[in-house]
Design a protein around this ligand. Structure first.
Ligand SMILES: [Zn+2]
Length: 393
């Protein structure tokens, strides 16, 4: 069992919030096209999803909410359920398209659970803000949470969820806040500076699950080396302790420096480094099982296609060297559709992703990222029997 699976169907482009909304499905189309032109998807059968059933959606969502989502295209808005707002406009076939996104992540989860693949990727998934009874942050149904809930009922007792979107993974955290079987870890821009305003290091879980919600809020302008330093200072130790049977990772790429909606300063190279780390962590701590989904990412042409092509390639063990030029077929397609777009030349931003490991130095006490690392370690590590002040932990 070494195969890796890719879930994709053009029907997923139906999750389209319309008009000038930043969550534009063209980002998915351009990613699949780039991955195809680079040969990453050569001979890879694409798994075609079915919409999730009501029964599957009820794992996380209320019946009232589902009825409101189905009704909204007729009523125009269901504001009590967050539908019809600027962030979450009502759109045609909203229920059907949203259920298909959930079905696509469920298919990825099933493929791994049934042993047909060790890893699976679904770039259309990652709608981590959706709550049990309302839409939020462009997300209608929470595919991540539904898939994790399904895994818990299908042979998995310990699921680790890593969320690297620039926004706090609040919907998934909330779904499992008191469930010790799910370790949720979110690295995001600090809640004082970005919606949804949650994700402080003090949010650690409750009701017997203290320590199972982990948050690392990072200051605006954090770059690759500091981000990677924070990730490595917290995540591997917790995984070694928690011993997950699978990693579920939300791979939003709105953490990029050029993203129009947020202020972290990562690069495509940083994203590539993150995916390689996720693969390594899955191999080390989860018997290789890795379910990767997409998420945010609003630099539709310059960032998302390159970063998620690296994600797909990493899942497939077909790593694309950073200096690889963008294929002419892809470039020509963009030039004819968006002649004024300024295109990158290669699969790299030329950024340096080298970083100092936590504990390799004793200075940096006043560095804001180091303060964030220390706060999270002190809030979480003692709950796992780890010493926050011992860099070996
Ligand atoms: Zn986001």
């Amino acid at each position: 069992m070494s195969a890796s699976a890719v879930v994709w169907d053009a029907a997923l482009l139906g999750y389209d919030l319309g008009g000038e909304h930043p969550f534009n499905p063209v980002r998915l189309e351009l990613t699949i096209r780039l991955a195809t032109e680079l040969g990453v998807l050569r001979d890879v059968p694409l798994l075609v999803p079915e919409p999730a059933s009501g029964e599957e959606l009820y794992r996380i969502h209320t019946t009232e909410y589902l009825e409101a989502v189905k009704r909204a295209p007729m009523t125009g808005a269901e504001l009590a359920h967050g539908l019809g707002t600027e962030d979450n406009p009502v759109f045609e076939k909203m229920h059907e398209s949203s259920a298909l996104v959930v079905g696509s992540t469920l298919l990825a989860a099933r493929t791994i659970a049934e042993g047909e693949a060790r890893r699976a990727v679904n770039i259309a998934g990652g709608l981590h803000h959706a709550m049990s009874d309302h839409a939020a942050g462009f997300c209608v149904y929470n595919d991540c949470a539904v898939a994790i809930s399904w895994l818990l009922d299908n042979g998995f007792d310990r699921v680790a969820y890593l969320d690297t979107d620039v926004h706090h993974g609040d919907g998934v955290q909330s779904a499992f806040y008191d469930d010790p079987r799910v370790l949720t870890v979110s690295l995001h821009q600090h809640p004082l500076t970005l919606w949804p305003g949650t994700g402080y290091s003090g949010e650690v879980g409750a009701g017997g699950a203290e320590g199972s919600s982990v948050n690392i809020p990072l200051p605006p302008n954090t770059r690759d080396p500091a981000w990677l330093r924070a990730f490595h200072a917290v995540v591997p130790s917790l995984l070694a302790e928690f011993q997950p049977q699978i990693l579920v990772t939300q791979c939003g790429v709105d953490s990029h420096e050029e993203d129009p909606l947020a202020d972290l300063s990562l690069s495509v190279d940083g994203h590539r480094a993150i995916y390689r780390t996720m693969r390594e962590l899955a191999d080390t701590y989860a018997d290789g099982r890795w379910l990767a989904v997409g998420g945010g990412g609003y630099q539709l042409i310059r960032v998302v296609p390159r970063s998620w092509t690296h994600l797909i390639a990493t899942v497939l063990n077909r790593d694309v060297p950073p200096e690889t030029p963008l294929p002419p077929g892809w470039v020509d397609a963009i030039r004819s559709a968006a002649p004024s777009a300024r295109l990158p030349a290669a699969m790299t931003d030329g950024a340096d992703t080298g970083f100092r490991h936590w504990g390799d130095d004793v200075d940096g006490v006043d560095d804001p990222v180091d303060v964030a690392i220390r706060d999270t370690r002190r809030a979480i590590f003692p709950l796992h029997g780890l010493d926050p002040d011992d860099p070996r932990d």
